[in-house]
Design a protein around this ligand. Structure first.
Ligand code: NAD
Ligand code: DAU
Length: 372
């Protein structure tokens, strides 16, 4: 990328968006970054604290469903690049309350595409070049059996949850704006991310928080479901490569080549937490409710709970296209990425305590109870 871009990052106060903003600001300091976020339960300005005093950064509190606001921001900031993260992202919530997923992920994506089309294709103020990058998920491909090959870009879409269906619809909309109107787009479909600033409703941060506070570790079903885990910064690098080197109109799978059964992840996490407490005496004082603080094993908290409805059994990404065409490869393996994440959670207790408010706890205990 040679000339400075004016980049709109939707959903930039969420987990991956905030990591991406930091990544992009470090790698492309001349680019103007405008973060647009509705600050839902998952959005948090604290996630952006490390970039908020940088000169080329602006935060806009707004909803992608608001067309007039989108037009204003796009025009005033002369946006030429959009990286679209904003979404409802949690599968369990989509099972219990699907409507918000259709509104933000489908209708909201269409509003953003319409705003991009109005400014970039239909107005005198069109920038010389433009790009709409859409951040999507491997869940659009559905579920795999034990012997199935991993998802490629040619795997048929077969979304199983309302979340996955809403993301699949958004992928199709992005594709159609390229085909029909000539909007310059790229799409990436990524596997499960983990790392700093992930909201503690997702498996890894939830288990860490519960282990440190002495609460049950709720494993859905028998824990045999498999996910392909990727450290969030590797996802950000993958997006960068797709945006800079990918074919316009193309889609690329990004993954970690790192399949784990949920129960193995949780067991590994328990062992790592026990080891951290053994290494550092101060942790027992900081987290007195953790079993590890009194020499008990963290695994004693593991509790099998009723399964997620329609729970996809296995996801796995074949990232060959991104590897061969873009030179993509994850830098972190699971051991290093997980240690970075655990250290971050141990050092950022204030962050996770602040986001774990009462309403979230009520929601999770209402929908997932032990022993079922
Ligand atoms: P997240 O839930 O942590 O963050 C979503 C952000 O979007 C929040 O800041 C929220 O306030 C904002 N937002 C929600 N609705 C909005 C609206 N109507 N207008 C403006 N902002 C709104 O999500 P995440 O885990 O960071 O995921 C980001 C994107 O990456 C999503 O599109 C998701 O589908 C995709 N993705 C996530 C993963 C993963 O493992 N987390 C993997 C692959 C793809
Ligand atoms: O694959 C990419 C997707 O990964 C993203 O598109 C989604 O936005 C993201 O939330 C994630 O979806 P999952 O449903 O795979 O992630 P989650 O962390 O919710 O669950 C991971 C696995 O762990 C899944 O098999 C369900 C299980 N699980 C989850 C929670 C929260 C448990 O067993 N117990 C739990 O408490």
């Amino acid at each position: 990328m040679t000339t400075a871009r004016r980049v709109l990052v939707t959903g930039g106060a969420g987990f991956i968006g905030a990591n991406f903003v930091r990544y992009w600001s470090d790698h492309y300091p001349d680019d103007r970054l405008v973060v647009l976020d509705a600050l839902t339960y998952a959005g948090n300005l604290a996630n952006l604290a490390s970039v908020s005093d940088r000169g080329n950064y602006k935060f806009v509190h707004g909803n992608i469903l608001d067309e007039a606001m989108l037009d204003d921001v796009m025009r005033q900031q002369q946006i030429d690049t959009i990286v679209h993260f904003a979404a409802e992202s949690h599968v369990d919530r989509s099972i219990h309350e699907p409507d918000a997923f259709i509104q933000t992920n489908v209708v909201g994506t269409n509003k953003l595409l319409m705003a991009a089309r109005r400014l970039w294709l239909d107005s005198d103020a069109a920038p010389e070049t433009h790009l709409f990058h859409h951040v999507s998920t491997d869940e659009v491909y559905g579920t795999l059996g034990a012997d199935d090959p991993p998802f490629t870009e040619h795997t048929t879409y077969a979304p199983n949850s309302p979340y996955a269906a809403s993301k699949a619809a958004s992928d199709h909309l992005v594709r159609s704006y390229h085909h029909t109107f000539g909007l310059q787009v790229t799409t990436s479909n990524c596997s499960n991310n983990y790392g700093p600033f992930q909201f503690p409703e997702k498996l890894i941060p939830l288990m860490i928080v519960n282990a440190l506070t002495g609460k049950p570790l709720p494993v859905y079903g028998d824990g045999s479901n498999i996910r392909d885990w990727l450290y969030v910064e590797d996802h950000c690098r993958g997006i960068d490569l797709v945006m800079n080197k990918g074919q316009v109109g193309g889609t690329y799978n990004i993954g970690g080549n790192n399949e784990w059964r949920n129960i193995d992840i949780v067991n590994q996490l328990c062992v790592s937490i026990d080891a951290a407490f053994s290494r550092d005496d101060r942790l027992a004082g900081q987290f007195p409710d953790a079993p590890a603080a009194s020499g008990r094993k963290t695994e004693s908290l593991i509790t099998f709970v009723k399964d997620r409805l329609g729970h996809d059994w296995r996801y796995a990404i074949d990232a060959t296209l991104a590897q061969s065409e873009l030179g993509y490869n994850p830098k972190e393996d699971f051991a290093s990425g997980f240690q970075l994440t655990l250290n971050w959670m141990l050092q950022n207790e204030n962050w996770w305590r602040a986001v774990m408010d009462g309403s979230y706890r009520d929601w999770i205990s209402k929908n997932y109870s032990a022993g079922a």
